[in-house]
Each structure stands twice: as C-alpha cells, then as structure tokens.
Write a protein that binds this ligand. Structure first.
Ligand code: GLU
Length: 452
C-alpha cells in the first residue's frame, strides 16, 4: 500500500518549489491507487498561522491536488510525548544546557580549526551533580537525540541512489526545546510511522535530516513504538529531489514568492503548472499535456536528474498557451465574457495565451470596434462588399468568393480591408468563425460605415 504525504509548515504561502513537492507526492499516491496525506506541520506555535493552513488547502484545491486525509501535528502532541518517553527510556535522549550563544561560539571555534561544526556532546559528560547545579541556576534543558555512532546509516534513495552517512559526522539533533515544544525532526518521524507512510519524497535540503531520522525510526521500532495497527513496520523509501532554481541556474528569491495567487493573476491554468512541474528536472519531455492521468501514469522517479531543475516562466507561458488551446468550453465557460457561447470560444481560442484575453477578442463581436481610415479605392470595395454580403452557412467564404470574382482582388487586398472594416483590427481570430457571430445586420452596417 503506497502512502505519501505533503507536509508544509503553515508559516507562509506555498511557492512553486513546494507545489512541485506536493504534486510529485500526489502523483506517486495516485499512480499506485494509494493514499495522499496533507500533514500540517504546525508545531511551531509562534510562526504557524491558521490563515496559512487555509491558504495551503485553497491552493492545493485550485491545483486539483486532492488529499485523502489531513493531519496536523499540533493535534498529536500526546504521540510525541509517548515517543519521547520511549526513546528516553531506551537511553537515546539526553538533556543539554548550552545557550544559543554558547553553541554559536563552539561552532565558530570548530570552523576556525577547519573542523565540521558538530556538537561536541559536552552535555553527555555532565555528572548528576553538574546537571542539578544547572537546574538550580534556573537553566531548563533542551533535549537531544543521541545518534548511534556505531550504526551505519545507509539507504537507497529513489533519486540519488545509494546514500551513506557516518553518524559521527552528524550533530545529535535537538528534538525538543527547553519550553517543551517540538522541533521538526522527531515528530515527523513519529508521524511517518503512525500514518504508515511508505514513501517520503522531498527536497534534497532534507538529505541530512533523513540520515538522522533513519536512526530515530530504527530506535522507535526497537522500542516497540510501531506495534499498533496501521503503523509502518519498516523504513519508508526515501527520495530527494534536486532543488528548483531560476532559469539562470541560481536559487532565486522570486521563486520563493511565486505561488498560486501570482499564477492565477497572470492567467496561468493549473494544468499548465502541473504539466511543467510534473516533468521539470526529469529526462521526460515537457509537453503541454492537459491530461493528468497521462502525466501521472508516466511519472517515474528513475527519470529524475541530480542537477537542479531550472524553472523558467517563459516555459510556463508557452505551455499555458498550448493548454488554453485545448480547453473545452465547459472548462472555461464560467470565466468567459457575458454572452460568449461555445462558437465564440471556439473562434477566439486559438488566439489566446490566457483565458482572460477572450474578453478583448469578444469585443470585436459585440462592438463598438475601432473606426479605420480607408483609401477611396478600398471604400468603393467595401461598399461593394456591403451589397455582396449574403447569409448562408458560410457567409465569409461566400463573401470573399463573390468579391474575388467581381473585383479580381486576391490575397491581402481581398481580405485585409474586410477584416479591418469588420473588426477594426489587422489580425485576429479566423474571420470564417467570427463573421457569423457578428451577425448579418451588424456586419453590413460595419461595412457601410467603413465605406463612408
Ligand atoms: N515541514 C517540513 C518542511 O516543510 C516537512 C519536511 C518533510 O517532508 O519531512 O520542510
């Protein structure tokens, strides 16, 4: 049974990077007929906001990334307490008393000596009396998870291949603050066990977290913490995606703020975002595929590269236009200008890069249109056109055929004055589709007005 999760912290809006992570987890679950969990990581009470949790749900809904189950960490504090006690009983958790400043000094000293800034475990060496003295001074401890330096950390990463870490090269992570609140590391592991998560797919900025979490998983399994029904009984499969960067190849500030609101305002369709993000950074071609099932079917972690994925807004625009050209009337009818029907949509659709531009083209049908200046010769031609206009199945075809025969005009000389007189513009939707929408009386009136 495949179970994936997307675990945003409600401390801000989703941006294109985490939308991509959400999408890929959604696709893994959907592809396998599994479960996709939305997990709100709100243990940081100070920075978490309900309005962001709401916005995350709204954005995922707009993108069509439906979740099967929602969990929130703030509702699971009992489980974290239980895990903490289990790990503590197993001797895997110890209190530490250093202040942030002291830790910073230690870090600087290590770096100054050319050493990696790994926590020196000084707190592990404290005697009971020394600990009691600290507490008598009013210093409450924070809590670290004790890594097992003898246990090799290895996993087969779904994207990065075999990964190995030496536990001794990692700091024992602080898992709980002095005020009792939780940091990310342990609750996430507890959740992945309790919720039976089978695949953890996230950004490569989490690779070293995975190394630490593997030991937390193993310690919790050993402590019998996963005995209950529905719990994961073994490590999830881990995969870490290369990060998303701007088209220049650098981590981009803009990407960090580019989210659903900006996309929606720019007239970007959810399907365009999905089509691009599904394959960006993979060896599969990025195509304007509006069929999610197809994208989901072809989704494959083995095609992901290890180089950063370059996000280019121009690609998104290009895919968006191609997707707009495929959208059926039903998918857009609520967003079209008043009175625009299926024939209207069909007429203007090929000219659109964004659905909202339909309104501009629709004005050519409803009028008023821009009055153009014509030469005397063209005015005579347009007067002739007004008379030649007949109304059958294909009024444009009939009109241009008749005028061609009567005047000997062809090409631009035949078509352009008509388009200008009928729409006020030099280019635009196919006249064969537009003219029936303008209607006979209005078309004749426009031709006459242009003829002067
Ligand atoms: N809340 C964490 C984050 O947003 C979740 C990471 C994870 O997927 O485990 O980075």
């Amino acid at each position: 049974m495949t179970t994936t999760r997307f675990a945003p912290s409600p401390t801000g809006r989703l941006h294109v990077g985490n939308i991509r992570t959400a999408l890929h987890n959604w696709m893994l679950a959907r592809q396998a007929g599994g479960t996709f969990i939305l997990r709100i990581d709100d243990t940081d009470a100070e920075r978490s906001r309900e309005e962001y949790a709401e916005a995350i749900r709204a954005d995922l809904t707009w993108l069509g990334l439906t979740w099967d189950r929602e969990e929130r960490q703030s509702a699971r504090l009992d489980r974290y307490d239980a895990a903490f006690e289990a790990l503590r009983a197993a001797g895997r958790i110890y209190p530490a008393y250093e202040s942030a400043q002291e830790l910073e000094v230690k870090r600087k000293i290590a770096l100054g000596r050319g050493l990696p800034p790994i926590y020196d475990r000084a707190a592990l060496g404290l005697s009971d009396a020394e600990r009691a003295a600290k507490e008598a001074e009013g210093i409450a401890p924070h809590w670290r998870f004790k890594l097992d330096h003898d246990e090799a950390i290895e996993w087969d990463d779904g994207i990065r291949g075999r990964q190995k870490f030496a536990a001794s090269q990692l700091s024992d992570p602080v898992i709980r603050r002095a005020d009792g609140s939780w940091l990310y590391m342990m609750p996430s592991t507890v959740d992945d066990i309790d919720m039976g998560v089978s695949q953890v797919l996230r950004g490569e900025d989490h690779v070293s977290n995975t190394a630490v979490q593997i030991q937390i998983f193993t310690a919790l399994f050993a402590a019998g913490f996963a005995a209950h029904e529905g719990a994961a009984k073994s490590l999830p499969q881990f995969a870490h995606e290369a990060l998303l960067v701007g088209k220049e190849g650098k981590l981009s500030k803009r990407l960090g703020s580019l989210g659903c609101d900006a996309f929606r305002e720019a007239g970007i369709e959810p399907e365009a975002i999905i089509a691009l993000l599904a394959r960006l950074g993979t060896s599969q071609p990025i195509e304007p595929i509006a069929d999610r099932a197809l994208l989901t079917q072809s989704f494959d972690l083995a095609t992901f590269g290890r180089a950063p994925a370059k996000f280019d807004e121009a690609d998104l625009e290009r895919i968006n236009a191609a997707i707009v050209h495929q959208l059926p009337f039903d998918a857009v009818k609520d967003r079209l200008p008043e009175g625009m029907d299926e024939a209207g949509w069909h007429a203007v659709q090929p000219n659109l890069a964004h659905v909202h531009e339909a309104a501009e083209w629709w004005r050519l049908v409803t009028g008023p249109i821009e009055a153009r200046e014509f030469s005397q010769e063209d005015r005579a031609y347009l007067a002739e056109a007004a008379e030649a206009l007949t109304w059958g199945d294909n009024p444009w075809g009939a009109l241009t055929m008749a005028l061609k025969e009567a005047t000997g005009r062809k090409g631009k000389a035949l078509f352009l004055p008509l388009r200008q007189a009928l729409t006020g513009m030099d280019h635009g939707p196919d006249m064969g589709e537009l003219l029936p929408l303008i209607g006979e009386a209005e078309a004749r009136a426009r031709l006459r007005a242009a003829a002067g």
